[in-house]
Design a protein around this ligand. Structure first.
Ligand code: ADP
Ligand code: ADP
Length: 225
């Protein structure tokens, strides 16, 4: 079944068309990548799902409800960006617990869920440190932990490994795939790296100049480029 449905979605900024008449059904639980060169509309597509932008035309439905009518904090969606966007003045624990603390949840539960996520991500020895004391890969793991601890049904990932060196990127690709299997949530993954999309995705939407040119499994894309 589908969790997100784009129907004829266009996004314009003034005269410029960032997203051009996209229709797309995203299945619950899949790992789908939006692949294409810089400027082709990947981030804009993601930002519309997250509720940071509204379409100029067309509709986006999440769970059969018009996304534009849902306030961003009522969407079953969380986002991880390339630049981590951690809070510099909060410890790793406090960064990860932040979202849970905005909800009315007992303190003991916040602690147990945050500690569990810290363990899943192998961040135990960094619990009381601050973001600047961590490497890029560790910070990205904190950003993932912070998003996943809220148990979103959809995780939006905008070039989350883009700032990492090649070796670390390979390692994190593997970890992300494992997390996707472990958490059974929908991953929507923006990348301009074809190899990365081929390795990680269940399906790839190939974008160019605001349009989806092809959408298929990695196997199909690889054999019919
Ligand atoms: P990608 O993520 O594939 O690099 P974007 O979605 O960021 O592409 O951008 C698609 C196009 O829309 C680009 O030409 C970009 O300059 C333009 N664009 C994106 N956001 C804005 C904005 N807030 N204002 C004006 N133009 C924008
Ligand atoms: P990426 O290429 O990694 O997707 P960009 O550097 O194009 O990201 O864009 C970063 C941010 O700036 C995004 O939030 C995007 O919406 C915004 N942006 C991109 N192009 C423009 C533009 N021409 N005018 C205003 N904002 C833009």
């Amino acid at each position: 079944s589908c969790i997100i449905e784009f129907n004829g979605v266009t996004k314009k900024y003034g005269q410029a068309t960032a997203v051009d008449n996209i229709s797309l059904s995203i299945r619950e639980g899949e790992f789908i990548s939006l692949l294409g060169p810089s400027g082709c509309g990947k981030t804009t597509t993601l930002r519309m799902i997250g509720g940071f932008e509204l379409p100029s035309q067309g509709s986006i439905k999440i769970d059969d409800k018009e996304a534009g009518n849902l306030p961003p904090n009522h969407r079953p969606v969380n986002t991880v960006f390339q630049n981590y966007a951690l809070f510099p003045h909060l410890s790793i624990y406090e960064n990860i617990a932040f979202g849970l603390k905005q909800k009315k949840i007992p303190k003991s539960q916040i602690k147990s869920e945050t500690d569990e996520m810290i363990e899943v991500m192998g961040l135990q020895q960094h619990r009381e440190k601050y973001p600047r004391q961590l490497s890029g890969g560790q910070q990205q793991r904190v950003a993932l932990a912070r998003a996943l601890v809220n148990k979103p049904r959809v995780l939006l990932l905008d070039e989350p490994l883009g700032a990492l060196d090649l070796k670390l990127r390979k390692k994190m690709q593997f970890e992300l795939k494992k997390l996707h299997e472990q958490f059974e949530i929908t991953f929507i993954y923006v990348t301009h790296d074809q190899e990365e999309a081929l390795i990680m995705s269940d399906r790839i939407a190939v974008m160019n100049q605001g349009r989806i040119e092809q959408i298929d499994t990695p196997q199909q894309i690889y054999s019919n480029p």
